[in-house]
Design a protein around this ligand. Structure first.
Ligand code: NAP
Length: 269
């Protein structure tokens, strides 16, 4: 018996990286997946992979910062696949840069894509699931647990996701809505966002507090190997496995928690 048979899951940012791996892993466990992304070509690949593996998937081009679309996403998923009981707020971007030169426009874009989206998605999911129940999983980062030079806006956005998640979990519990809300905090995971975030950082700007100055000039794999005591970047499927667990009844008493998947990057020196 698969873990998620009969469940419907909405996954944002499902056209790439962690979102794609998550959509595929949820489908493999029997969930019907409503996969959304701003990147339609990426979504097509994800949907093709799921279908080829015998899974059920529907797709929608969604900009997660668009409030009007969020108002209809849960209904569209329900119409096509059944009432959703899983939401993975995964879509995100990382805008790097030193604080003195950082523009307010970039700050607002970072907050909009990484934080507004999580609020809008969680609100839409709670409205839909407050009686039937569900599990909401918000993708934060190790950057939501500690600071990183050159990534202040990203850190602020992921810290906001962490505490919004806890507040939402407490509110759902106190209100008697059978919805769990948890955050996932990946370390360095080998996806396009990680590759991009290195090239965006300014010269001499360490990627995180453990990095030597000038680390951005180094190869992404070398940086990942140095940052993680396990000597390598994580794979998207290693994050997806944790998300499947949080989506399933195997985690039925885990709520309002921050779960780290980082190869011991934040565990010590
Ligand atoms: P990714 O491969 O770049 O995937 C992110 C996806 O979200 C892309 O398809 C992207 O489309 C999409 N997206 C961007 N803006 C969007 C918007 N406004 N509306 C809808 N979709 C949008 O990155 P990833 O590594 O899988 O990241 C997934 C999540 O994990 C993010 O929240 C990220 O912050 C978090 N995370 C990643 C790492 C890591 O090392 N990879 C570590 C910690 C946390 P485009 O490609 O067109 O922009």
């Amino acid at each position: 018996m698969s873990l998620l048979n009969g469940r419907v899951a909405v996954v944002t940012g499902a056209g790439s990286g962690i979102g794609r791996a998550t959509a595929e892993a949820l489908a493999k466990e029997g969930a019907a997946v409503f996969a959304t992304d701003i990147d339609e070509a990426g979504l097509k690949v994800t949907a093709g992979n799921i279908t080829a593996a015998g899974g059920k998937v529907e797709t929608l081009r969604q900009d997660v910062t668009d409030e009007a679309v969020w108002d209809t996403v849960m209904d569209m998923a329900a119409q096509k696949l059944g009432t959703p009981s899983i939401l993975v707020n995964n879509a995100g971007i990382a805008i790097g840069g030193a604080i003195p030169e950082f523009s307010l426009a970039d700050w607002k874009t970072q907050m909009s894509v990484n934080v507004d989206s999580v609020f809008l998605g969680t609100r839409a999911a709670i409205r839909k699931m407050m009686e039937s129940g569900g599990s909401i999983i918000n993708i934060s980062s190790v950057a939501g647990l500690r600071g990183a030079a050159g990534l202040s806006a990203y850190c602020a956005s992921k810290g906001a996701v962490r505490l919004f998640t806890k507040a939402a979990a407490v509110e759902c519990g106190r209100a008697g809505w059978p919805i769990r809300v948890n955050s996932v905090h990946p370390g360095i995971i080998d996806t396009p966002i990680w590759q991009k975030s290195i090239t965006q950082l300014g010269e001499g700007m360490p990627v995180n507090p453990d990095m030597p100055a000038g680390a951005n000039a180094m190869d992404a794999d070398v940086i990942a190997a140095q940052a993680s005591p396990m000597g390598r970047a994580g794979r998207p499927d290693e994050v997806a496995d944790l998300i499947v667990f949080l989506a399933s009844d195997k985690s039925s008493y885990i709520n309002g928690q921050e779960l780290v998947v980082d190869g011991a990057m934040t565990a010590g020196g």
